[in-house]
Design a protein around this ligand. Structure first.
Ligand SMILES: NC(=O)c1ccc[n+]([C@@H]2O[C@H](COP(=O)([O-])OP(=O)(O)OC[C@H]3O[C@@H](n4cnc5c(N)ncnc54)[C@H](O)[C@@H]3O)[C@@H](O)[C@H]2O)c1
Length: 393
């Protein structure tokens, strides 16, 4: 019997896929209402394709959800997938992870396996995670097994990702890796055993770094193209080929993952005084975060062409989520842009297909139909339009 700790957007699809492979799963989550829904066969994440069917089929049967760790005492494997946040200085805040692992440590038995899936700064599993488990269980590594396997899902497509996308797993020691690999093979078809947990942690983090650096490159090239009067999108279309994949420019990089993971490596390097080791990663972060100011300046310039005092110009930010089509505003640069302009004393309004008027107001903004604004900034198309229809970009 397997326990999945943390039944969120990442953990619940995994728990459902394991249950669907025929294994019995005890899901542990502090959210009692969520546990009740799952046990009644109701999917708490309806936007996740294919999850409704799996929860209806296995909820309360092969997949039992509980807020009590004690209920998972008979499990022999524990998969941990709770959130890890960063503080305002981008240092990881391990409190939730530590609490979950110490709770697992209290019920851990000789021969059990623990696999962490939460994205972590490399080397966390072999250091902190091992220490928390050893302290609480009184066991030593070797008496229990410990591995890491990064979650590589994409919200909305998690089930198909788990069934098709390559997944890696690595042990803190060789035996842990082998045991974890043998277990995961039962429900993950495309699985690869890598040298160790540290490598598996690194794989996940560098994926995010790649994306961040390449978005920064696109943003920098976009600015240069604008200055030269070159249509960036036309240039990008013909520049890209098999070996050149220039990304889309944007207002920056948002969400829980990509803007955070580079900091794991930047902090690791800088804590050792090795500032040049992560120079590109830091610069990319800065370029992407500064895009909000770049677009704010452009919008103000566009507003100055409207025949009204600047403070009277109605500006609509169209699209406030961090990514198009995903109702998530965590670290949204589009929302940051709206806030920056609002803080300048400008008349900022918001429109987003995914948000109601009430939801927009709860975020501290006024809602507007784009046609009623003087200037509209489309956050995803990166277009500034005047209400007379003239297009600036
Ligand atoms: N969502 C994604 O697209 C995604 C993709 C890749 C990796 N991840 C990784 O998965 C982690 C979790 O992300 P998520 O999107 O599932 O988060 P989420 O907020 O949707 O869910 C987290 C769940 O953990 C539960 N929880 C919190 N503290 C707990 C505790 N002490 N014990 C048991 N349960 C607890 C919460 O109640 C919640 O249901 C992320 O931090 C990230 O490392 C997520």
């Amino acid at each position: 019997m397997i326990s999945v700790v943390g039944l969120g957007k990442a953990g619940l699809p995994l728990a459902a896929v394991i249950a669907d492979s025929g294994l019995k799963v005890i899901g542990v989550d502090v959210d009692e209402e969520k546990c009740r829904m799952i046990n009644n066969g109701v999917n708490p994440i309806p936007e996740e394709k294919g999850l409704d069917d799996l929860i209806r089929k296995h909820g309360g049967k092969n997949l039992i959800a509980t807020p009590n760790y004690e209920d998972a005492r008979d499990c022999t494997a524990f998969i941990i997938i709770v959130p890890l946040f960063v503080d305002e200085n981008y240092n990881p805040d391990f409190r939730i992870l530590e609490s979950a692992l110490r709770s697992v440590g209290k019920i851990l038995k000789r021969g059990d396996l623990v696999v962490v899936e939460t994205t972590l700064p490399p080397m966390t599993t072999e250091t902190l995670v091992r220490r928390w488990l050893e302290e609480e269980s009184g066991l030593k590594l070797g008496e229990f097994y410990l591995a890491y396997s990064p979650e590589r899902i994409m919200t909305g497509y998690s089930i198909s990702r788990l069934r098709e996308f390559p997944k890696v797993i690595g042990g803190v020691d060789e035996k842990s890796g082998k045991i974890a690999y043998e277990l995961y093979r039962k429900f993950i078809p495309n699985l690869h055993l890598v040298s160790n947990a540290r490598t598996a942690e690194f794989i996940k983090v560098i994926e995010g770094c790649y994306r961040d650096v390449n978005v920064a490159l696109a943003n920098e090239l976009f600015k240069i193209a604008e200055d030269m009067g070159v249509d960036f999108y036309e240039a990008r279309k013909y520049a890209n080929h098999e070996y050149c994949h220039i990304h889309e420019p944007s207002t920056g990089v948002g969400g829980h993952c990509i803007p955070v993971y580079p900091w794991f490596l930047i902090k690791l390097a800088e804590r050792k005084g090795r500032f040049s080791d992560a120079k590109l990663l830091r610069t990319a972060r800065e370029i992407n975060d500064e895009m909000v100011k770049y677009w704010a300046d452009k919008i103000v310039l566009a507003c100055m062409k409207v025949n009204k005092p600047l403070s009277e110009v109605k500006i609509c930010i169209r699209g406030i989520t961090f990514r198009e089509g995903v109702k998530e505003i965590y670290h949204s640069r589009n929302l940051a842009l709206a806030k920056l302009l609002k803080d300048k004393g400008l008349k900022i309004y918001v429109y987003d297909d995914l948000f109601t008027l009430e939801e927009v107001e709860r975020l501290g903004f006024k809602w507007i139909e784009p046609e009623e604004a003087d200037v509209v900034f489309d956050s995803f198309k990166l277009k500034i339009t005047h209400n007379d229809g003239s297009l600036k970009y």
